[in-house]
Design a binder for this molecule. Structure first.
Ligand code: AMP
Length: 396
């Protein structure tokens, strides 16, 4: 069966066509600058990646170009759209309404719309993508896979904030958590590696990328995670501040003569690794800077590794133990220096780093020594495949 996976942003659309039997990628690509001018980068099988400048006034136009390329005689991967069994959509926010993936119907669309307030930049774009696909592929089942759904199992004590309770009741102010599809995928794989039923495992997943979050997964269920009401919370990230004292917001607004919206923009776009280093949000640049003696790059890297280790300690406490720790996503899979700086702080858990294994990147490998009390692994994530598997469950 062929499953089309769509990840729609406000002016972009990423896609992958996945063969559910082999779990291989038949074609993938990206539409950018939708509503401005439009460019489509597409690659199928062994064909060369190609970029087309196309007029994309809206997402309908983008989706129809994608479908056209998928069926193209020369650069396509399928003979006709009839081969697409279902479409899986990444939807950022499911609020408290959606605790698992769902087959999309009018009621589900209304449900996604009703929580759009919680993710005003993302959910409307996700809805546009779903509507464009329904229009161009009528009758093909569409499934919504939510970033927040996996975390709906968190206990109250992990998701309630210490603010007046009516803010939760009236406005849904609580921890939701994100990257759920990745945390779920990686923790399931980790349980397989351990060779134990997931119900008997305590796993900490460190999804470290440009956006980063850590998740405590007990018995296969998320019991706590670092991102919160929004993806701004938790670890300091590429450009996002992560957790700060909320009083800083008013203080900086006052000192710098900025509006609330301007301070929030600083916290989202020019804080984190970029803000601290003054150099870059990219960990490759930070590592190079640190090696060259740039002190602020060093501070940024140490801050990130320290916070990661601190949350690992906190989540070992939250679960009253930990069997395995996984590193995943761009930084987690590729940045040996960050992994080392983090793991060197975890000897209290009986962990020692296997330096040779840690020098590897992007592959599934144990990076703790054989005698470590807790297993530490690199487990590459694959959010598109996870979405395809979730989608298949409805049509398979
Ligand atoms: P992501 O958001 O998961 O795509 O991760 C992006 C981050 O991963 C960037 O900060 C990169 O520095 C880091 N990254 C990606 N590839 C590599 C690599 N080959 N070596 C080191 N860091 C990498």
């Amino acid at each position: 069966m062929k499953i089309l996976v769509i990840n729609c942003g406000s002016s972009s659309l990423k896609y992958q066509l996945i063969d559910s039997e082999t779990e291989g990628v038949l074609a993938k690509g990206l539409c950018e600058r939708i509503g401005i001018d439009g460019a489509l980068t597409h690659q199928a099988g062994a064909h060369e990646k190609k970029t087309y400048q196309l007029s994309m006034p809206d997402h309908d136009a983008a989706v129809s170009y994608v479908l056209e390329k998928l069926c193209d005689n020369e650069v396509g991967a399928i003979a006709s759209l009839d081969e697409i069994a279902a479409v899986g959509h990444r939807v950022v926010h499911g609020g408290e309404k959606f605790s698992s993936s769902v087959l999309i119907d009018d009621q589900v669309l209304e449900g996604i719309r009703s929580v759009s307030d919680l993710a005003p930049l993302h959910n409307p774009a996700n809805l546009i993508g779903i509507e464009a696909c329904s229009k161009l592929m009528p009758g093909v089942p569409q499934v919504a896979v939510f970033d927040t759904a996996f975390h709906q199992t968190m206990p109250e004590c992990a998701y309630i904030y210490g603010v007046p309770y009516e803010y939760y009741e009236k406005y849904g102010v609580r921890r939701y958590g994100f990257h759920g599809t990745s945390h779920s995928f990686v923790s399931k794989r980790m349980a397989e590696i351990l060779g134990r039923p997931i119900e008997d495992t305590k796993i900490i997943v460190c999804h470290l990328g440009n956006g980063s979050s850590i998740c405590a997964v007990q018995g296969g269920k998320s019991v706590d995670t670092t991102m919160g009401f929004t993806p701004l919370a938790g670890l300091s990230m590429g450009t996002r501040s992560g957790d700060i004292d909320p009083a800083i917001i008013e203080y900086i607004a006052d000192k710098e003569g900025k509006s609330l919206a301007e301070v929030m923009k600083v916290l989202n776009k020019s804080s984190g690794m970029l803000g601290v280093s003054g150099v870059s949000s990219d960990f490759r640049d930070l590592e190079a800077g640190m090696k060259d003696g740039n002190d602020r790059c060093r501070i940024a890297m140490e801050l990130f590794a320290y916070q990661t280790a601190k949350f690992i300690g906190a989540y070992a406490a939250a679960m009253n133990g930990v069997d395995a720790i996984c590193f995943t996503a761009g930084v987690g899979e590729n940045q040996a220096a960050i992994r080392k700086m983090c793991i060197d702080r975890l000897s209290f858990l009986g962990i020692t780093l296997d330096e040779a294994a840690n020098a590897k990147r992007g592959e599934e490998i144990r990076i703790s020594t054989e005698d470590s009390r807790v297993d530490v692994w690199i487990v590459p994530t694959n959010e598109e495949l996870a979405i395809a598997r979730e989608t298949l469950a409805f049509v398979g």
